[in-house]
Design a protein around this ligand. Structure first.
Ligand code: S3P
Length: 427
């Protein structure tokens, strides 16, 4: 598609759509708990629909009533063997988290996905889940999907040091641990998003945490709950950056999730001199209304424990850095290579084509700001966040247009993205 370019200021208010990580988990916890779960603010995107349809295939009733989703859970024991393979589409979160649930069921199931998901390594979950007693076969050494997963109702508790900083791997082990007799212990490489831990507690379960150490004793029964899902800071990130870099912009973002394991981008914006104000905070649902204004920015370094707190925002942060004075260095982010695409390589290629001075590193990127962006033709390669980053970058192109292949991937996490952009252009 041909993208809008050379836009004037962006103004107005956006209500950010539901958090993707929390939405997957709300459905999962609803399905494995006993009783009714009522969810307000669920993200209705393709990725979350993949999780919903997988549980429907396992016999769980999930349906909409007015503005809520209802899940009639019957506990782990109420899940039924699916009669066909489970298709996770583009969603790594669905595949990895569900693998942890299925590890504890006495069935053999095939988990498959689209072309992008079929290139993503599943050895990171296969290794610990096999140590617990499941059998998982994938393609090649790195266990690429489709996966053939044979679960067991007699899993063994393990003690495991995560070799990668990954909330998906942590969550898969915790879901298996909830079904395992005895204490499963984990140590994270770096603290990652903690939505699974939060929801175990919310659904009446028990989990202990001390810094990077987490332990869970099973088997546990969970109870259905009512919950309201805050907006996704990873979706808000596109408007935060757009507001900072399109001259004259001022945008209000309502319903931004501010769980501290996710707010790394706000720390980076502050370090770069960007103007973001908190207009109000709702402590119960951990969300806030933020106001962002066009700002003069300077380069910064992004590394270490900050990385897992903004991992999904790095493509749009790379664009932000291209509009800052001086150099921004992103390090310790090798994990970016294992997302919907190899994001180090795809972000570098696209921004280079647009005229940005950017260099890839094995574990990051170096970006020197200040070059004007120019028209070109690029392919987002089935990666929603790369596609959205390109749409925002194109807004700054003064002459000609950017032609983007693969913009349809945006529906995996933000189906209303283009409508929201239009709203900001016309306010
Ligand atoms: C997610 C965890 C992150 C993130 C992904 C969603 C989750 O992946 O990139 O978009 O919901 O647990 P990793 O845990 O693999 O880093």
């Amino acid at each position: 598609m041909l993208l809008k370019s050379n836009v004037k200021a962006l103004k107005g208010t956006i209500r950010v759509p539901g958090d993707k990580s929390i939405s997957h988990r709300a459905i999962i916890f609803g399905a494995i708990a006993e009783g009714l779960t009522e969810i307000e603010g669920l993200l209705e995107s393709q990725d979350v629909l993949a999780t919903i349809s997988a549980f429907q295939k396992m016999g769980v009733r999930i349906y909409q009533n007015k503005n809520r989703y209802l899940v009639e859970g019957q506990g782990f024991a109420g899940l039924k063997e699916p009669q066909s393979s489970l298709d996770m589409g583009n969603s790594g979160t669905s595949m990895r988290l569900l693998a942890g649930i299925l590890a504890g069921q006495d069935w053999t199931v095939t988990l498959k996905g689209d072309a992008s998901l079929s290139k993503r390594p599943m050895d990171r979950i296969a290794i610990p889940l096999e140590l617990m007693g499941a059998k998982i076969q994938g393609q090649g050494q790195r266990h690429l999907p489709p996966l053939n997963l044979k679960g067991s109702s007699k899993l063994k508790a393990i003690s495991y040091d995560l070799p990668v900083a990954s909330a998906q791997v942590k969550s898969a082990i915790l879901f298996a641990g909830l079904q395992t007799t005895g204490q499963t212990q984990l140590k994270e490489k770096a603290i990652t998003r903690n939505h699974t831990e939060d929801m175990i507690r919310l659904f009446g379960g028990r989990i202990e945490q001390n810094g990077k150490k987490i332990s869970i004793t099973g088997p546990q029964k969970l109870k259905g709950q009512k919950l309201r899902i805050p907006g996704d800071i990873s979706s808000a990130a596109f408007w935060l950056v757009a507001g900072l870099i399109v001259p004259g912009s001022q945008i209000i973002l309502e319903n931004v999730g501010i769980n501290e394991t996710r707010t790394g981008i706000l720390d980076v914006i502050k370090a770069m001199g960007g103007q973001v104000n908190y207009l109000s905070v709702d402590a119960k649902s951990k969300s806030a209304t933020l106001e962002v204004s066009y700002s003069q920015l300077k380069g910064t370094e992004i590394s270490g424990d900050l990385i897992p707190r903004l991992i999904d925002e790095l493509p749009i942060i790379a664009l932000l850095a291209s509009q800052a004075q001086g150099q921004t260095v992103i390090k310790d982010a090798e994990e970016l290579r294992y997302k919907e695409t190899d994001r180090i390589s795809v972000v570098t290629d696209i921004l280079k084509k647009m005229g940005v001075q950017i260099q890839d590193l094995p574990d990051g990127m170096i970006i020197t700001g200040g070059q004007p962006l120019k028209a070109c033709q690029v392919d987002a390669q089935l990666d929603h966040r790369i596609a959205m980053m390109t749409v925002i970058a194109a807004l700054l192109v003064k002459e000609g247009n950017v032609q983007l292949e693969g913009a349809e991937a945006i529906a995996t996490s933000y189906p209303e993205f283009f409508k929201d952009l239009e709203r900001l252009e016309n306010a």
